[in-house]
Design a protein around this ligand. Structure first.
Ligand SMILES: Cc1cc2nc3c(=O)[nH]c(=O)nc-3n(C[C@H](O)[C@H](O)[C@H](O)COP(=O)(O)OP(=O)(O)OC[C@H]3O[C@@H](n4cnc5c(N)ncnc54)[C@H](O)[C@@H]3O)c2cc1C
Length: 421
């Protein structure tokens, strides 16, 4: 393996979320000098609390699995869907397909999870700096050659490197700088969420289940994510007009109105006390036209984000971090850090991401998992695979034709445009 002899870090990772920590850890494990820059001064609040079981394999590779097992994070074994009328689907237990410990995952508190991953990156040899904001990526022509940063005292400096990894999440530094962002016109959504303590929750195996609860008229849906310390994350996702239109009112008024439309969540939180402010975000579904260029590569939300519905965000952040790290290591070995080498994983990654995208589009078109499985019982195992995050195998494509047929029927009936994956 050819290691550059320069004193500057070989790899600068901008952003200390799950994607940045992953790419940083794997490159450091391979012996490269890695600098991870995080603009926040210390561990910080973030949304994205429900993991998919398939995160297991990347967490294992990072050497973080034992830390997860020893953590207080709530264990999650299933996801369950509740219709607008309150009809509950059977829980989709992840272990139904694969009775392996990888079928259990966690509901995390991101401040704790992300700082654990960054500490782990440090243990594996990456340099991690909090309070350093990347202001710009330095370019020589189209090649990234470093980063200009500002520290907490307002001092600016330049860090040169061979590869810049953009893991800045929805800030998407490079995508915005180069005008690469393509918003998903089928998913112009917004979200509003808060936290409760002491709300009712299921017992035993179902205690940590994620509930996805449709609101009346299927205009939106709530997530119900039980966390440790008796905390509950509850949020609503709907169209931007529905949540943040001019006549909508305050966040609290909108949230309470949406709760009225969702008795399944209302009855569960009644005993609890709201303990957090309201948080909001909108228009979060997009993808970059390019995943890499000479000396740079995008990972996690800095490349693209689908939608919160199936909790795939952190999984795709970890997976893209892992794939990008392998491409970077290969690039150094070949002495070639061009666009095609650093982005060699794009096709495989997009194939997996698009398998999840089909499921996302289906949900908003009114797709009913129960009805689908009653019509196609042999498809249940593929649906579970997709909900687990087992996105990178061809067998799950068997679901595409029958699912698209049902989606088309729904679109024809409602007049909605069929969203091509
Ligand atoms: C409403 C909503 C609900 C969601 N729920 C879930 C869920 O239940 N499960 C799930 O898996 N996913 C969920 N997600 C998605 C999840 O939040 C993201 O996919 C995930 O956090 C992406 O990780 P990342 O590392 O790419 O980016 P991030 O986690 O956003 O990390 C990026 C980091 O970069 C830092 N940064 C940004 N700019 C700079 C800069 N210029 N210099 C230095 N540092 C910088 C930021 O401070 C941040 O720490 C949800 C998303 C939304 C919008």
């Amino acid at each position: 393996m050819v290691h550059s002899l320069t004193k500057h870090p070989q790899i600068v990772v901008i952003g200390g979320g799950p994607a940045g920590a992953t790419v940083g850890t794997i490159c450091a494990q391979a012996g490269f000098s890695v600098q991870i820059l995080e603009r926040e001064k210390g561990p910080r609040f973030h949304i994205g609390e429900s993991l998919m079981p398939a995160t297991y394999w990347t967490l294992k590779r990072l050497g973080a699995l034992d830390k997860m097992k020893a953590s207080r994070f709530q264990k999650k074994y299933s996801v369950q869907f509740i219709s607008e009328s309150g009809k509950e689907s059977q829980p989709f237990y992840f272990f139904e397909n694969n009775p392996h410990e990888a079928s259990q995952t966690w509901q995390v508190v991101r401040e704790e999870f992300d700082s654990m991953l960054l500490d782990n990156a440090k243990e594996h040899g990456a340099m991690v700096s909090y309070g350093l904001r990347a202001l710009d990526v330095l370019m020589e022509g189209t090649r990234a050659v470093g980063v200009r940063v500002r520290d907490g005292n307002g001092q600016e400096k330049e860090i040169n490197c061979d590869v810049v990894v953009d893991a800045t999440g929805q800030s998407s530094l490079i995508m915005n700088k180069l005008g690469l962002k393509v918003a998903d016109k089928h998913l112009r959504k917004a979200s509003l969420w808060t936290y409760y303590k002491g709300a009712s929750r299921e017992e035993g195996l179902d205690e940590g289940a994620t509930l996805v609860c449709a609101t009346k008229d299927k205009k939106g849906w709530f997530w119900y994510i039980p966390q440790h310390n008796d905390m509950l994350s509850v949020g609503v996702v709907s169209s931007m007009d529905e949540l943040f239109g001019p006549e909508c009112g305050t966040h609290e008024e909108v949230f309470l109105r949406e709760l009225e439309r969702c008795p399944a969540v209302m009855k569960r939180i009644q005993l609890g006390e709201r303990v957090g402010p309201f948080y909001s975000t909108k228009d979060f579904s997009y993808q970059s036209k390019q995943i890499s260029g000479p000396g740079w590569v995008l990972v996690g939300d800095a490349f693209g984000f689908l939608d919160p519905i199936y909790s795939s965000g952190v999984f795709l952040a970890l997976k893209s971090g892992e794939m990008a790290a392998d491409a970077i290591i290969m690039g150094f070995a070949r002495g070639n850090l061009d666009k095609h080498t650093l982005g060699s994983w794009e096709g495989e990654f997009l194939q997996g991401m698009n398998r999840m995208k089909r499921l996302v589009y289906a949900f908003y078109e009114g797709f009913n998992f129960g009805a689908f499985i009653r019509k196609h019982p042999e498809m249940k195992r593929h649906i579970i695979d997709l909900l687990v995050g087992d996105l990178f195998k061809n067998s799950v494509d068997e679901v595409a034709l029958p699912m698209d047929a049902m989606r088309r029927e729904l679109c024809d009936a409602s007049g909605m445009e069929f969203a091509q994956v």
